[in-house]
Design a protein around this ligand. Structure first.
Ligand code: C5P
Length: 245
């Protein structure tokens, strides 16, 4: 059944985090979901368990896949990893901005080299993990406050030619102000009004996150753990639609 909301999104902003233990669970979930309504994020747990075959299968099934492996290594190794990821036909992949400009530029070259078909995958960077606080930065010898450091790494990412960053929705306004519109902001920590907060603390609703400048919203448990995932997805798209008019 096609939802009225789904017709509004030629490029759905929802990226469902497939935080499952194995390929069987992930594929069972994906079978319930229409690829036009969302993208899928494959992270370290699922990739380590299910491997590139699962990614290729999801791509074959028509899904746009964000391969969230956050590469951080010497430039040559990261370039080769990005090339291999791009060959799988993923829609988006990422690296750590703290790997530096040379590593990010190598990632960009590897991504472009491995690209198949018409779409070169979006390459984005993680700035400061939201699990880190000021004390952790201090421990690592970073004296800047977190916001300054996030902004510095986002600017480095932009200068290296990448497409955007993963950031908390709280940081979106600051990054937009300094870097402008031509930069993707991908934000986790999203909870629709009907969902539980789980272990996320600084949360925004999907509409709030889009209003502060996020382009794509990473949402896991409110969809994956719902009794009816497709209905939860439709509800979120409708919630966005009802606040964007
Ligand atoms: O289930 P939930 O919506 O909390 O899942 C959010 C997803 O985004 C998870 O895959 C989590 O690892 C990821 N993520 C996050 N916070 C970050 C970075 C990534 O929640 N700062």
């Amino acid at each position: 059944m096609q939802s009225p909301a789904s017709t509004l999104f030629t490029d759905s902003p929802i990226v469902v985090a497939l935080d499952f233990q194995d390929a069987q669970q992930a594929l069972a979930f994906a079978a319930q979901i229409d690829p036009t309504l969302c993208k899928l994020k494959v992270g370290k747990e699922l990739f380590t368990s299910a491997g590139p075959q699962l990614v290729a299968q999801l791509v074959d099934n028509g899904f746009k896949v964000f391969l969230d492996l956050k590469f951080h290594d010497i430039p040559n190794t990261v370039a080769k990893a990005c090339e291999a990821a791009a060959k799988l036909g993923v829609w988006m992949l990422n690296v750590h901005a703290s790997g530096g400009s040379a590593m990010m530029q190598a990632a960009l070259e590897g991504t472009s080299k491995g690209s198949t078909g018409t779409h070169t995958p979006y390459l984005i960077a993680v700035t400061v993990l939201t699990s880190m606080n000021q004390a952790v930065l201090h421990e690592l010898g970073v004296e800047a406050d977190i916001e300054q450091h996030v902004l510095r790494l986002a600017q480095l990412t932009k200068a290296a030619g990448l497409d955007g960053v993963v950031c908390s929705a709280q940081e979106a306004t600051l990054i937009r102000q300094h870097i402008g519109q031509d930069f993707l902001l991908v934000t986790p920590g999203i909870r629709p009004s009907f969902a539980s907060k789980d272990d996320q603390s600084r949360i925004l609703t999907p509409s709030q996150a889009l209003a502060v400048g996020s382009n794509y919203l990473v949402i896991g448990r409110p969809i994956t753990q719902a009794a009816d995932p497709l209905q939860a997805l439709h509800l979120i798209l409708q919630e966005i639609e009802s606040t964007s008019v």
